[in-house]
Design a protein around this ligand. Structure first.
Ligand code: FCB
Length: 440
């Protein structure tokens, strides 16, 4: 296949997150997180699965880094588990936690790979949640303390920093509909959690910079919103949903404002925090999976919109429609909306899950993933040709891992993990991506 070319300094990477791969949840002085509590609660995770072992990356990271070295990526996006660093959510850091990430980050650097570090990929210390979690403004201050600890320790080695991963998913899945930890079902009353996370982001950016960090950005999950019909009612529902899932997270950070339709749901005095939130950023991370369909609400629906599935596209096994041009549309619309307020963009997550299996000959054939990645990279290239400044692309994910409330069934990795033996097998897509990033 003829493949579009990317600039020589384009950053090729892979992404993971701590809770989804590390395991060892009770080792090294780690405190319990909201996800440990959630997975231990009956009925929350498919088949009752938990991440106590996951991909055992805590013990097997040298092997995983060797795989990345073979893959030839420039950068590795990992997350640090807050409950390993501050098991009780505040105060002096746990030396064993810091030393684990010291070893991990050093090993990544030694392999010639640049570490990209997410401070928070949803695994809040349980104590933080017990004190109100993201419903409490005080959590932003505790997060800033945590960020200062990480900045002081790792700023010398980390290339790019991401304070919070996808606050939208935390607000909606975690606090509005309860599909993810901490499992609250507050619907629109969850919106204050978006503000407190935005404030945590702003304070963390300041704390990281004060500690000497450079390359500070963010990573938000964005979906173009597609009204079911081209009618005023569906378009209005679409604009509202776009405010709720996209602009609520991008506007305060990039423009220093919130979408007007959401003002009534934000905590009192929110405007005073906007200058602290709108810190200048070195990059903006986009996590893209799929567009979101929407229609006007039916009678009796308390929400101003109704979600609709996107039809007519191939699907992943995680029920995601595969729509590469949605990524081009998203990037171009960001470029038009935010203009010179939008810093250079990295695609900090993009990927897909299939029911990959190891064949008798030891290979994993995943042609759908190769098509998915090629299609989405083509869309990135088109967006760049249309003027969007995209500097890097990170596949979600290096390894098959614990996919939150869906457990281990969705396999997102370039590398297959046999959870019985912890054996790693690079899939065909791994070899494809390897050729691409090594320019072979
Ligand atoms: C994203 C998450 C990531 C993973 C992928 C499939 O929303 O950031 O942890 O679950 O989806």
């Amino acid at each position: 296949m003829e493949f579009p070319t990317f600039p020589p300094d384009f950053l090729w990477g892979v992404s993971t997150s701590a809770f989804q791969i590390e395991g060892a949840t009770k080792e090294g002085g780690r405190g319990p997180s909201i996800w440990d509590t959630f997975t231990a609660t009956e009925g929350k995770v498919a088949r009752g699965e938990n991440a106590d072992v996951a991909a055992d990356h805590y013990h097997r990271y040298p092997e995983d880094i060797a795989l990345m070295a073979e893959l030839g990526v420039d950068a590795y996006r990992l997350s640090i588990a807050w409950p390993r660093i501050q098991p009780t959510g505040s105060g002096r850091p746990n030396p064993a936690g810091l030393s684990f990430y010291d070893k991990l980050i050093d090993a990544v650097c030694e392999a010639g790979i640049a570490p990209v570090v997410t401070l928070y990929h949803w695994d809040s210390p349980q104590v933080i949640e017990d004190d109100g979690g993201w419903l409490s403004r005080g959590t932003a201050d505790r997060f800033a303390e945590y960020a200062a600890i990480l900045g002081a320790r790792f700023a010398d080695r980390v290339k790019l920093w991401i304070p919070l991963n996808e606050p939208m998913v935390m607000s909606i899945y975690g606090y509005a509909i309860g599909e993810y930890a901490p499992g609250k079902t507050l619907l629109l009353d969850a919106i204050p959690t978006a503000h407190h996370q935005a404030l945590a982001h702003g304070k963390a950016v300041q704390a990281l910079r004060a500690a000497g960090a450079t390359g500070v950005g963010t990573a938000n999950n964005h979906s173009p919103v597609w009204p079911a019909a081209d009618t005023p009612a569906d378009r209005a529902a679409g604009a509202w949903l776009d405010a709720l899932i996209n602009r609520l997270y991008a506007d305060p950070v990039l423009l220093g404002s919130y979408p007007e339709e959401l003002h009534p749901y934000l905590p009192e005095g929110f405007a005073d925090d906007l200058p602290a939130i709108a810190q200048p950023l070195d990059f903006y991370g986009v996590n893209y999976y799929e567009p979101q369909g929407v229609a006007a609400p039916g009678e009796g629906n308390p929400l101003p919109f109704e979600l609709r599935p996107i039809e007519g596209y191939p699907m992943t096994t995680n029920d995601s429609p595969i729509v590469p041009h949605g990524l081009r549309e998203l990037l171009v619309s960001f470029h038009e909306r935010y203009r010179d307020r939008l810093p250079p963009v990295h695609i900090t997550e993009n990927g897909c899950s299939f029911a990959d299996e190891v064949d008798a000959d030891g290979t994993v054939r995943d042609p759908e993933r190769v098509d998915f990645l090629a299609g989405h990279l083509g869309a990135v290239r088109e967006a760049m040709d249309a003027g969007v400044d995209v500097r890097g692309y990170f596949v979600w994910s290096l390894l098959d891992n614990f996919e939150w409330s869906k457990g281990y069934a969705p396999r997102f990795g370039l590398v297959h993990v046999d959870y019985e033996t912890q054996r790693r097998t690079p899939k065909d897509s791994f070899h494809w991506y390897r050729k691409l990033v090594r320019h072979e």
